[in-house]
Design a protein around this ligand. Structure first.
Ligand SMILES: Cc1cc2nc3c(=O)[nH]c(=O)nc-3n(C[C@H](O)[C@H](O)[C@H](O)COP(=O)(O)O)c2cc1C
Length: 429
């Protein structure tokens, strides 16, 4: 049985931990303050990680129900999902949660992490941790970036603008989707720095070219071509949730493909009359070559999951790869991306950066990917849960928790900087 964010066990664990906190808060036999202090962990900065357990004992009590009502109550990123579900209409939650077919690949993405154990090291002075990485000449404060997620207006009225502000505050890079609810110019303004732009090819080259030009003019240093949506998909969880939604879709969605596309701000001023398909079902490596010819900055392919395709990408002048199965929303392959990663890393052999996404929820997941050779990781649903439930503060809290967990496990493997993390830190089982 699967859940949108991974295994049911993980959700159940989050909820039972929450119930345990409630119990603690109400219990006369537990020292006052413990439950509230546990909840306040979410607000700790990375630099305070060493003091965590003492702070738990010191902080004031608070009542926390089964679903968090404030981002500061969250102990981990999973706890944002029930809050998002509560905040969203069923169809919108279904859109965010869904995988494809039986959601087995969605689940596989989480299960994949269990096949790698972490090898810790002792007696390394790890008081000062530097999580910065350099990608395409730019220094990122954290190797955790925000994956492109479409239509964020369905999750919160401030949509990508709120996400961009959170990314700015917490120091993370983000990738804007072609079908986002916010234009790239506004997103860059809110983030205060350029963002990467994710391109759906469309089946009209003029439109594609216009999108690339606009993104580059706005300052996007990298164009990310998503190549995993050509086959169509069966999003059963979405369809199931849709049945529970009593609202009329046409109140917000204008029927017809062209209206769906043209209402997205990135298409403003572009003639989409000839577009019948966003995903370029006829796209081949020739298309990548053609795109390479017009992209002035970096060209990244998102959705590569085999060493074979990674090698072909290299011969087409691609500057970077994102190993991704679209968060289990593209095809039901049952292949987790963490397990697909090593083959891609081997094929690329250090020539270009390899990023990875799909199922990343814990700092330990990030460490495993970096140990297997990834340059950085992206997260999708977790920041959208934060956005849906609490707007910008929710996104900030999600990023804070993942970064804090990542710093904690870096210390335990004796890595004080990203380049200290290598394959010795993981064991495949
Ligand atoms: C609601 C939703 C919309 C998405 N839209 C896009 C998109 O427009 N373009 C794209 O390349 N990937 C899209 N993705 C996939 C993400 O970029 C990313 O690959 C995935 O969410 C990572 O998995 P995770 O959600 O388990 O972290 C979307 C994912 C979700 C959940």
């Amino acid at each position: 049985m699967t859940c949108s964010n991974g295994t049911r066990t993980e959700i159940e664990t989050a909820v039972s931990r929450r119930k345990f906190l409630e119990f603690l808060a109400a219990s006369p036999v537990v020292a006052p303050g413990v439950a509230g202090a546990l909840a306040s962990l979410a607000t700790l900065g990375a630099g305070e990680a060493l003091a965590q357990s003492y702070d738990v004992l010191r902080a004031a009590p608070s009542n926390v129900g089964p679903v968090i009502t404030d981002p500061a109550q969250a102990l981990n990123v999973f706890e944002f999902e029930p809050a998002a579900k509560q905040a969203l209409p069923p169809a919108h939650y279904g859109y965010l949660a869904t995988g494809v077919d039986g959601d087995e690949t969605l689940k596989a993405n989480r299960d994949g992490f269990e096949k790698y154990k972490i090898q810790v090291r002792r007696l390394v002075d790890a008081r000062k941790i530097d999580t910065s990485v350099k990608i395409f000449g730019e220094t990122w404060a954290s190797p955790i970036a925000l994956a492109p997620v479409s239509s964020q207006g369905a999750f919160h009225p401030e949509a990508e603008a709120a996400v961009a502000r959170a990314a700015k505050v917490r120091g993370h890079q983000m990738i804007l989707s072609t079908v986002g609810s916010t234009a790239i110019e506004e997103v860059i303004k809110e983030r205060g720095a350029p963002v990467w732009y994710m391109l759906y090819p469309t089946d009209d080259w003029m439109v594609t070219e216009a999108l690339v030009r606009r993104a580059e003019k706005a300052g996007a240093p990298a164009i990310v071509l998503t190549v995993d949506r050509q086959g169509g998909r069966n999003t059963e969880t979405l369809f199931r949730e849709r049945r529970l939604d009593t609202r009329t879709c046409t109140d917000c969605h204008t029927p017809g493909f062209k209206n769906e596309v043209s209402r997205k701000p990135m298409f403003d001023g572009i003639d989409v009359d000839k577009v019948t398909n966003l995903y370029g079902t006829g796209m081949t490596w020739d298309y990548v070559k053609r795109l390479r010819g017009i992209v002035k900055g970096k060209l990244v392919l998102k959705g590569i999951v085999t060493g074979e395709d990674a090698k072909i990408a290299l011969t087409h002048g691609v500057d970077g790869i994102i190993v991704s199965n679209h968060g289990g929303r593209a095809e039901e392959s049952l292949q987790s991306t963490i397990e697909a990663l090593p083959a891609v890393v081997a094929a690329v052999n250090g020539k270009i950066p390899v990023l990875v996404d799909s199922g990343f929820r814990r700092g330990t997941d990030v460490l495993k990917a970096l140990a297997l050779g990834a340059t950085a990781v992206c997260i999708g649903r977790p920041y959208c849960w934060g956005l849906a439930a609490f707007g910008q503060p929710g996104v900030e809290a999600v990023l804070n928790i993942m970064q804090r967990e990542f710093v904690t496990i870096m210390r335990q493997v004796g890595a004080v900087k990203i380049s200290d993390i290598d394959q010795r830190a993981v064991l495949h089982v």
